[in-house]
Ligand binder design. Structure first.
Ligand SMILES: Cc1ncc(COP(=O)(O)O)c(C=O)c1O
Length: 441
């Protein structure tokens, strides 16, 4: 045992050494070093955590996963959480849970879910995957969020839920959304994959609806490589979400649960209609489930990243403000990001929409930036209904999607992630100024 811990100590010391050697090699050279729109931000602590967990060789989900979800739910102030292998899985679990026959008022095949067409595909896909009908409404110019004022008009007697993202970290109009949801008894899923640590009315995004979902992919506010979570304050929704993540089994033990009698305390004492008395609760299936678990080594990284989240948030805000203050002088060329009075965003990125008479197109502008080593991205699908996979789906549109279609053609984003330094942002500013001089002269 002593020998093992000595070897482990030496390995972990070497990991720190390796991290320090790599760090020395990093230097920003303007025009030569690519400025990424996002990426993982870590130090030796994450590297030590992942190697330490790998040395345990537990391989699947276990104690690191339990620790992570306890700390994450505590941070969010939400009672229950299920850690997943991605944000996409978290969305799939959340909506599938609301369709489970084990909840009081399940959504049924053919029912409708309100959402937006400017979306990330896996915010939208669970609607189709659960045989539900998306009711698509437009988004607001500048906030890039669901147009809350249009929700009520889109509701029919088949409408059962709203699923939307706080786009790029910008909090949606939660007062209106929750008011309409309450009035019509609709479930609300907040896709908070890009909005971890954003607040609306001093309340964390993700804490308003029935479910909130998170992504810990490398590009997000914090990472575990790939990973995600789905949170809820409702005990039964939590139990069904856990079941759907874990093959659909009835048992709500955490993976690796040390208690031989299970979390329920009566693993061999249940009676189900068509199963023999005492059939192992762990092998009883009460949902049509999946296996969407992450590994413990991912969660070990997540534990370290969560400690850094407040600093990451500060840096995201700082970087956003630098770009915002700069782009203000080009407001005649670009629609700048808009936030609601109650919103306090932890920005995922810096979105810009090129105005009609700007004198250049998005394609020209982003090509120029990319040629100058500045990464850009489109605002996800732009309009998901225009993508090949969706041409035969059933959906309903209530209003015209003018803003959505404008985004499809004219919007892109730059990064604000914590690894961007003031020097890099200054370089972006100079490159944009050069472009504008050429346009104006
Ligand atoms: C709003 C939104 N929802 C869901 C996802 C899916 O997350 P993941 O990549 O972890 O599956 C993303 C991914 O970037 C996203 O931006």
């Amino acid at each position: 045992m002593e020998k093992e811990s000595e070897i482990r100590k030496q390995i972990l010391q070497k990991v720190v050494e390796l991290y320090n050697v790599r760090k020395q090699d990093k230097k920003f050279i303007p025009g030569k070093t690519r400025i990424h729109y996002s990426g993982r931000v870590f130090d030796e602590k994450e590297m030590v955590a992942v190697i330490n967990s790998a040395l345990d060789f537990w391989l699947t989900l276990g104690k690191e996963g339990r620790k992570f979800i306890n700390e994450f739910t505590k941070y969010m102030g939400i009672k229950y959480g299920v850690v997943t292998n991605s944000g996409s899985s978290a969305n799939l679990i959340a909506l599938s849970t609301l369709c489970s026959s084990n909840i009081e008022n399940p959504i049924k095949p053919g029912d409708e879910v309100i959402t937006t067409a400017m979306t990330f595909p896996t915010t939208f896909n669970p609607i189709i995957q659960n045989n539900l009908i998306p009711v698509v409404i437009d988004i607001e110019e500048g906030t890039y969020n669901i147009d809350a004022s249009k929700i009520e008009n889109a509701i029919s007697n088949k409408t059962k839920a709203i699923i939307f993202a706080h786009t790029l970290g910008n909090p949606a109009e939660m007062d209106n959304i929750m008011e309409v949801a309450k009035k019509y008894n609709l479930y609300v899923i907040e896709d908070t994959c890009d909005a971890l640590d954003s607040r609306y009315d001093n309340q964390l995004c993700g804490t308003f609806g029935d479910f909130s979902t998170y992504s810990f992919y490398a590009a997000h506010h914090m990472t575990m490589g790939e990973g995600g979570a789905v949170l809820t304050n409702n005990l039964n929704l939590y139990k069904q979400a856990l079941s759907i993540r874990d093959w659909g089994r009835a048992c709500y033990c955490q993976t690796g649960e040390p208690n031989p009698n299970g979390a329920c305390g009566k693993r061999f004492k249940h009676k189900y209609e068509n199963l023999p008395y005492g059939y192992d609760h762990k092998y009883v299936y009460s949902n049509i489930g999946y296996n969407l678990k992450p590994l413990d080594i991912q969660c070990a990284i997540g534990i370290e990243q969560l400690k850094k989240l407040p600093i990451f948030t500060q840096k995201r805000k700082h970087n956003f403000n630098i770009l915002y203050n700069f782009f203000k002088k080009y407001e005649d060329k670009f629609i700048l990001p808009i936030t609601l009075p109650k919103a306090d965003p932890s920005w995922f990125a810096f979105p810009l929409t090129i105005r009609k008479n700007a004198g250049f197109t998005r394609r020209e502008f982003v090509t120029y930036l990319e040629e100058n080593m500045i990464e850009t991205r489109m605002l996800f699908t732009g309009n998901i209904l225009k993508h090949p996979a969706y041409k035969n789906i059933n959906y309903r549109i209530v209003h015209k999607l003018d803003n959505t279609n404008n985004i499809l053609t004219n919007t892109f984003f730059l990064g604000v992630y914590p690894a961007l330094t003031d020097e890099m942002l200054q370089y972006i500013i100079e490159v944009v100024d050069r472009f504008m001089v050429n346009i104006i002269t």
